[in-house]
Design a protein around this ligand. Structure first.
Ligand code: AMP
Ligand code: ZN
Ligand code: FE
Ligand code: FE
Length: 287
């Protein structure tokens, strides 16, 4: 089977409707796709309907913003959790709420450096998104002709450490893992060493997360080179956790390198994730 466990719709910072992500996944020949918008489950109902229509299996999920003990931004994929579990739902809502003033501060930062972009521009670029973020500000900068692309806006102003960058308030990675497990879900660290940031998470850090319930690491990801992948695979094997692969598809929000199915997860790992989940099951046609 071809299994892609990490994609985004316009409910967060992708460019396609949830149903369109699912339709495109089926068209791309995937058997299983997980829709994992940032900090929200808002895309689930539409995606579930589309999966049934297009005959592809959908894994419901989210990519949760968290912060490590060392202060690094860590993304946690949660799969097949119960969206009605109140503690996790409340935390996701808090993260989304806190994203707004944080993005306004970043807008203030770029305006102080001469940008003419307004909050209304950002809101209009964000469109249907319920989790607003840096990509929407980047899109507004592109629309105003002040940046060439999202990547350009991140490189110049709002990437980590950039002159207008403001970190997000987020739960600790440990707390988020506990919340996902508490809602019957399966937590996997997304792109642990993305963009060459191997310092953001050490083997000991990962071991500590396994102690509280971490199920796996997303290893096959466009942002990881071959050396990182083999090191991460060895760490996961050592700790007895699974390794996944996925595209992190964002539609036109990321380059073609992140196309649906760009990286995939094995049947055995997929089965292990489904077996651990008590908060939900994959959605297939006729169910
Ligand atoms: P935020 O959640 O607001 O901090 O924004 C993070 C999101 O921005 C990530 O999930 C990616 O989708 C996107 N992103 C991060 N770095 C870059 C980059 N250099 N170029 C384009 N998009 C990026
Ligand atoms: Zn994103
Ligand atoms: Fe991410
Ligand atoms: Fe992502």
């Amino acid at each position: 089977m071809r299994i892609d466990l990490h994609t985004h719709s316009w409910v967060s910072d992708g460019s396609d409707a949830p149903a369109e992500v699912v339709r495109l996944a089926a068209t791309a020949g995937l058997d299983v796709v997980a829709l994992t918008d940032h900090d929200t489950v808002e895309s689930w109902p539409e995606a579930i309907e589309a999966a049934q229509l297009h005959g592809i299996t959908l894994v419901t999920g989210a990519e949760i913003s968290t912060r490590s003990q060392g202060g690094h931004s860590i993304h946690l994929l949660g799969y097949l959790f119960d969206p009605a579990e109140p503690t996790l739902a409340a935390e996701l809502e808090q993260i989304r709420t806190d994203r707004v003033p944080r993005l306004q501060r970043m807008l203030d930062g770029v305006r102080a450096m001469g940008s003419q972009v307004t909050w209304d521009d950002v809101v209009s670029r964000a469109g249907p998104a319920v989790a607003v973020g840096r990509p929407h500000l980047a899109d507004a900068l592109v629309a105003a002709g002040e940046a060439a692309s999202r990547e350009d806006a991140f490189n110049r102003w709002i990437g980590v450490g950039g002159p207008a960058y403001v970190p997000k308030r987020a739960p600790s990675t440990i707390d988020a893992i506990r919340l996902v497990r508490g809602a019957g879900g399966v937590p996997v660290i997304a792109h642990p060493w993305s963009r060459g940031r191997t310092d953001s998470m050490s083997p000991d850090d990962i071991a500590a997360l396994v102690e509280v319930g971490l199920a796996g690491l997303e290893v096959d990801h466009v942002d990881h080179d071959e050396v990182s992948r083999s090191q991460l695979r060895a760490i996961a094997a050592d700790l007895g956790i699974v390794t996944t692969g996925s595209s992190d598809y964002h539609g036109t929000g990321k380059s073609a390198a992140y196309a649906l199915g760009a990286c995939t997860t094995s049947d055995a790992v997929y089965a292990a994730i489904v077996a651990q989940a008590t908060g939900g099951s994959p959605v297939t046609k006729g169910r």
